[in-house]
Design a binder for this molecule. Structure first.
Ligand code: GLC
Ligand code: MG
Length: 675
């Protein structure tokens, strides 16, 4: 190795870092006195800057000098202090941050009825490939969660709600490969797939039922069987939801089996631990495939009382032989039995095993129509200690058309908000495959204001396919009825709300392009009510839906702020959405009545005197500036008003306001924190 003078005057080590002038003391160095030796070394190396290749002694010599030691110590303690500060900051941020909204809270849930959404192969019935072809529609609407009604193998007596094999796809809808491709493609696009899960019953063609009928020792108690009189098979007065006795005599077994729905849908016996395990295995099967959640069908019917006593009649004077519909009895022994919630909580726990994967929360929503017994519905939220569903469907807004008025809508909204357990997340349903389309039952005039309500209330909105364009029921003549519920009672037919989705003004409304058949007729209004046409019209139902769904996602007050009632009268329902610390809030003024109205909100101190309409469902009124004492709305008009404020309404009106989880906004650093 040679030392050479670099151009800048300093010395550089050439070739390698071995220093032949250095001999380690342990190697038998010649100098006896270490002090003297250090001195020599120091002199020898004064020309060399302290860096790599320097012998230990020299290094020690330099490193103990104050000018190196002090900065080193300062740096050391600085690093310690910074690390501690960072840990403290992280802990504080975690402790102060409100929970992030999960995917099922962040966007509406869109319901696809697979028979009717899009037919890819031209057999007249929608299918999984068809859904995949239309995924861009969800992206366009800013929808992340899609619930698809059942597509399991089924004889289709109840259009898929009668399952023959819980682990197979019905050929009508495609193959398992089609399903896997659909799911993968949805996940690629950031969409979540919620499956329908039907635990209460199977099809009578299910293998379990056949084995049960023949008395197979393992399967004989898979269903609810009882002795009965073959000629008058009514072991008690229980009735099916679709009408008439819920018991059917089976020749082969010589006993009656229970079916709370069709006779082709025998009820499973959940008192049998093998049945409970089968259901859990099926839950695992689909979660293992990657589905993001389940809509649990007809859960209140899962257990029945074992004593099989008659249910009390609503009208005790009604002759017992006339008791044939679900409305004739109090369902004390066939619904909401003890043990039901334990079972759902167990399923929830199974789902949570899969929720531990990062970003893969598995969602559960339950379906239970409890009508006036709202407290029964609320039980599906679980308790603060034990989780159950993320929310039970809220069906109260389905009653909106009964009496459209501001007060009525407030009453329906309050049925949920006033009864929901603290801290839980609300949701809103205005239509599904079982109920008349709201555009038909309420009237076209209210379609936009209903969508505006849905998308500006707190919680998750649910949209049944076609509601985003204001689709209406079709007319189905009695002889055309396909729905089993309609065959029993034509006014209960669900065919009218299941007509093919209206994509365009092409043949069959673009539902299928390969043939001219559709399983139910297309609505005749399809040439004007369809996705393609409405995409081109800025004021269309579709355009307004899209605007509101996007706004809901981007605006903190709308997706996680306070919800406060402001006003309700015969026409108008008004509420506001605000968030502590945020300078802007939203006021909604929605006219559900039968007359146009002028609303005076001058008594609401927190509102500025002048209010600018960000969006009106009547496009001409968007952008108008109104006095708060004089807010005009026409029938079916909804106003979304954005205003600036530093005074919140909720602190002074706690009884009129709700929030699922309180959060405040810190504008200086643009963050949300618990407050
Ligand atoms: C649920 C479904 C309905 C079905 C019934 C029986 O209520 O929504 O369509 O007929 O369960 O499974
Ligand atoms: Mg049952």
């Amino acid at each position: 190795m040679t030392l050479r003078k670099a151009s800048g005057g300093s010395m550089e080590l050439d070739e390698c870092t071995i220093n032949p002038g250095y001999q380690d003391a342990e190697d038998g160095g010649s100098s006896a006195d270490p002090g003297e030796r250090n001195q020599d070394l120091a002199e020898e190396y004064t020309q060399i800057k302290p860096y790599a290749g320097m012998p230990k002694e020299v290094l020690l010599l330099y490193s103990s000098q104050a000018r190196y030691r002090v900065p080193r110590e300062i740096l050391f303690w600085l690093i310690v202090a910074c690390t501690l500060a960072l840990v403290a900051l992280t802990v504080t941020v975690i402790a102060l941050s409100p929970r992030c909204l999960s995917w099922w809270q962040a966007s509406p849930v869109y319901q696809v009825y697979p028979c009717s959404f899009r037919d890819s192969d031209g057999d007249g019935v929608g299918d999984l490939k068809g859904i995949q072809e239309q995924l861009h529609h969800f992206e366009y609407l800013n929808i992340k969660s899609v619930w698809i009604s059942p597509f399991y193998r089924s004889p289709m007596k109840d259009f898929g709600y009668d399952v023959e094999d819980f682990r197979a796809i019905d050929p009508l809808f495609g193959t398992m490969l089609d399903f896997e491709e659909l799911l993968a493609e949805m996940h690629n696009k950031g969409l979540k797939l919620i499956m329908d899960f039907i635990p209460n019953h199977t099809s009578d063609r299910h293998r379990w039922f056949n084995l049960s009928r023949t008395g197979d020792p393992h399967y004989k108690d898979y269903y609810v069987w009882t002795d009965c009189n073959a000629t008058a098979p009514k072991p008690n007065n229980w009735v099916s939801i679709f009408g008439n006795s819920s018991w059917t005599y089976d020749d082969l077994r010589g006993q009656c089996y229970l079916h709370q729905f069709l006779k082709e849908q025998p009820d499973l016996n959940f008192r049998n631990p093998h049945v409970r395990q089968e259901i859990i295995d099926i839950i695992h099967f689909w979660l293992g495939k990657g589905v993001d959640g389940f809509r649990m069908d007809a859960v209140k019917h899962i257990l029945e009382a074992e004593h099989l006593r008659n249910e009390p009649q609503v009208d005790p004077k009604q002759p017992p032989e006339d008791v044939t519909t679900e409305w004739d009895l109090y369902h004390d022994y066939t619904t909401s039995q003890l043990g039901l919630h334990d079972m759902l909580r167990e399923w929830r726990a199974e789902m949570d095993i899969y929720s531990r994967e990062p970003g893969r929360y598995r969602f559960m929503v339950t379906e239970s129509y409890d009508y006036h017994e709202v407290e029964k519905t609320m039980m599906y939220y679980g308790t603060p200690q034990v989780k159950e569903s993320d929310f039970p469907f809220n069906f109260y807004l389905l009653d909106l058309p009964q009496n459209p008025s501001g007060m009525w809508v407030k009453h329906l909204v309050h049925l949920w908000m006033g009864n929901m357990p603290k801290g839980q997340w609300p949701n809103w349903v205005v239509g599904n495959h079982d109920r008349s389309r709201i555009a038909s039952s309420a009237g076209q005039i209210y379609v936009r204001v209903i969508n505006m309500l849905l998308l500006t209330l707190p919680g998750t909105p649910t949209t049944y396919y076609g509601e985003e364009i204001g689709m209406e029921n079709i007319h189905v003549t009695d002889s055309q009825i396909l729905d089993p519920a309609g065959k029993y009672n034509s006014s209960a037919s669900r065919d009218p709300q299941r007509s093919p989705m209206q994509w365009s003004d092409d043949i069959n409304a673009g539902f299928n392009t390969k043939s001219n058949i559709t399983w139910l007729p297309v609505h005749p209004d399809y040439s004007s009510v369809n996705v393609e046409v409405q995409k081109k019209e800025p004021g269309s139902v579709l355009a307004q839906y899209r605007f509101l769904s996007t706004l809901r996602q981007s605006e903190l007050p709308l997706h996680r702020g306070w919800f406060c009632y402001v006003h309700a009268d015969a026409n108008v329902f008004s509420y506001l959405r605000e968030l502590e610390g945020l300078g802007r809030a939203f006021l909604m003024v929605l006219n559900f009545g039968k007359e146009s109205a002028i609303t005076d909100l001058s008594s609401i101190r927190e509102l500025p005197d002048q209010l600018k309409v960000l969006m009106s469902t009547k496009q001409v009124n968007s952008g108008k500036v109104l006095q708060k004492s004089h807010i005009p709305t026409e029938v079916g008009e909804g106003l979304l008003i954005q205003y600036s404020t530093h005074t919140r309404f909720n602190p002074t009106h706690p009884d009129q306001c709700y929030v699922s989880e309180k959060a405040c906004y810190l504008s200086a650093v643009d963050i949300l924190y618990k407050c």
